[in-house]
Design a protein around this ligand. Sequence first.
Ligand code: NAD
Ligand code: MG
Length: 406
Amino acid sequence: MKRIALLGATGSIGTSALDVIARHPGRFAVQALTAGTQVDALVELCRRFRPRYAVIADAARAVDLAAGLARHGLDTEALAGPGALDFVAADTGADTVIAAIVGAAGLSSTLAAAEAGKTLLLANKEAVVMAGPLLFAALARGGGRLLPVDSEHNAIFQCLPNGYDRDPGAAGVQRLVLTASGGPFRDWSAGQLAQATPEQACAHPNWRMGRKISVDSATLMNKGLEVIEAHWLFGMPAERIDVLVHPQSLVHSLVEYVDGSLLAQLGSPDMRTVLAHALAWPERIDAGVERLDLLKAGRLDFQAPDRARFPCLDLAYAALQAGGGASCVLNAANEVAVEVFLAGRLSFPDIAAVVADTLAAVDAGPIQDLPAILELDARARRVAERETARRSGVPATAAMDRTAWA
Ligand code: NAD
Ligand code: MG
């Protein structure tokens, strides 16, 4: 029986994870569930999955959570606040932690799980972008292992040899190829992009996801974050990580070996396959996913990403090449810009502009520890808010809508 702490249970990844878990009641027990602000949804999940702990990150809703659990006669213990996320990630008898909080808000609990030696199912890519070296140092100290819950990285993991340990040379790996759908604006002109709305950005052609990652997919920042994620997860230098647009989202990524072999993982675009793989690893279990019928699919297309219309991809490569805290600055600026875009107060092309301006303005320096990263993250956010305000004409604080994706 694996005991699971699911951080970000009410989100898109959380929902897919619980769908897989519910199919295998003899295999998985839910130890903890967490949410940002959605008390009612969290209580409903507690009714179904009976965890030992429920955490609402927004401390102002602690009383509501306790009352909701009591109303249903549940003996789940109610906890609240960011510290409680770290607690359930590290200290409560779960052996497996699914890190599925969106954004920098998931960093501390992800590190706590790694430090505590848990099996870390990592969806929260922002954590590895902000703090890749810290995360791997924590994993080494804790003695746990990381299993990727991002479709591309999970595909690469499946195409790498067993026991691969961040050393491409030793495994004869030449290159990683990340596939990208291209997002909803793949064929839009620059003029159309200038008018793109949050609803259009969130209408992804192949995947149903949270709003933040949906916008990231539309700007290609998601692929940029994934390049950085692949660098840390697989020890691959930036210049040997390629991005290929593949509109059907059936080939989830590829690994090229020195002998010319190119291995790919294919499947329907459904995160339950990824979650089932990571939850059961090294075994295989049913995920409830529709089989991929290649005859029905008919064709697989590939094209180069348009780096001029989607500058976020190269901004991410540049941040990775710059090293130190630059990736943390990139992430912070992007989170601010996406939030204001989702609130309807920043144009779509200005997301990339705000990220570029912030990267240019903030002296990132090297990263040492979590306090230094949080300080850099806060500093980058202040600059990004200033840049956002300048471009949107709305004062930074008024432009922020804290509930945009919580
Ligand atoms: P989502 O917005 O659907 O869900 C986010 C979850 O985090 C929710 O449970 C929310 O309550 C919680 N949360 C939000 N703000 C919080 C805060 N400040 N403190 C604590 N909890 C907070 O997002 P998602 O699409 O499920 O994505 C989650 C993560 O997984 C992201 O990092 C994303 O990049 C990554 N990911 C998602 C997908 C996908 O298909 N959705 C695929 C690959 C990777
Ligand atoms: Mg992905």
